[in-house]
Design a protein. Structure first.
Length: 283
């Protein structure tokens, strides 16, 4: 029988990935990392037994976390990424011609190194781009101490357990607010809402006192099993979130960016939430 990695993120429920070949496995100072060739999802990376990304469907997650806030903003020159060591989010952000500088704060250099080596299509050369500035350090410390301001801040973290837990706390969100320029937008992965409903409601309660406009948008990523994945959204104005379709279409066309999942109509529709989520948010 083939070896399998059984992800047990959700209590009483798991999904399995066939391991055809282990490409890299190591326990770093922060986490246990494995990258392997799977049967149907290409190369897969898991941290502490939880699937982080796969070659087959990573484009859905990375396109939605990057392009929704960036096209909504329209003029983002300075972007901050917290986490995202696989490089996929950096790759997508750098596709925007108006972006002049992307600072990425990743806690573990080993994650970047292994992903460049074993998941090269994720970063696709992004780490060599002169517009990219990589900082190895703690994301919450960075946003609480930096003097730099950003148009868009993106949090591409693990789930709120272990090292990633601090990236879902009020002190982190306070640091995000102080790091944003006027009119800035914050977006972050926020789990699979059907399986982790408390993540959405807790994030909403922590962001709402800090930002005038908070919301969630969604995408269906097969790897993140159990329904739609939610992304948190926060800004000082609802205007970027409420852009009309012609404006989004014009920005998308002018960018020249080619996508596999994102498009302007999907962008607008992604903010429509199923009723169970609306109810959990008390809306």
């Amino acid at each position: 029988m083939a070896d399998w990695l059984n992800e047990t993120l959700h209590q009483g429920y798991h999904q399995g990935f066939e391991i055809r070949e282990v490409l890299f496995e190591n326990k770093t100072d922060h986490q246990h990392l494995i990258i392997f060739e799977s049967g149907s999802f290409g190369r897969v990376m898991a941290l502490d037994g939880i699937i982080q990304t796969t070659e087959r469907d990573e484009f859905i997650y990375h396109e939605m976390l990057s392009h929704v806030p960036l096209f909504a903003h329209g003029q983002a020159k300075d972007v901050l990424i917290i986490g995202g060591g696989d490089g996929g989010l950096l790759r997508e952000v750098l596709k925007h011609p108006e972006v002049e500088r992307v600072v990425q704060v990743e806690i573990d250099q080993a994650v970047i190194d292994m992903c460049v080596k074993y998941l090269p299509n994720h970063s696709a050369g992004a780490y060599q781009n002169p517009r990219a500035e990589i900082v190895i350090g703690d994301g919450i410390d960075y946003v609480r101490n930096t003097d730099r301001k950003f148009d868009v801040v993106l949090s591409d973290s693990t789930d709120p357990i272990g090292p990633g837990e601090v990236l879902f706390t009020s002190p982190f969100y306070e640091g995000i607010k102080r790091s944003l320029k006027p009119g800035g937008i914050f977006a972050a992965q926020n789990g699979v809402a059907f399986m982790q409903p408390e993540e959405v409601s807790t994030t909403s309660k922590r962001l709402s006192p800090l930002f005038a406009d908070t919301a969630f948008y969604t995408a269906a990523v097969p790897t993140y099993v159990g329904g739609i994945m939610t992304f948190a959204w926060a800004s000082e104005s609802s205007a970027p979130r409420e852009l009309d379709l012609p404006t989004l279409q014009q920005r998308f066309k002018q960018s020249g960016i080619k996508t596999r999942y994102y498009n302007p109509a999907l962008h607008m529709g992604s903010f429509a939430l199923p009723q169970y989520l609306v109810d959990s948010l008390g809306q």
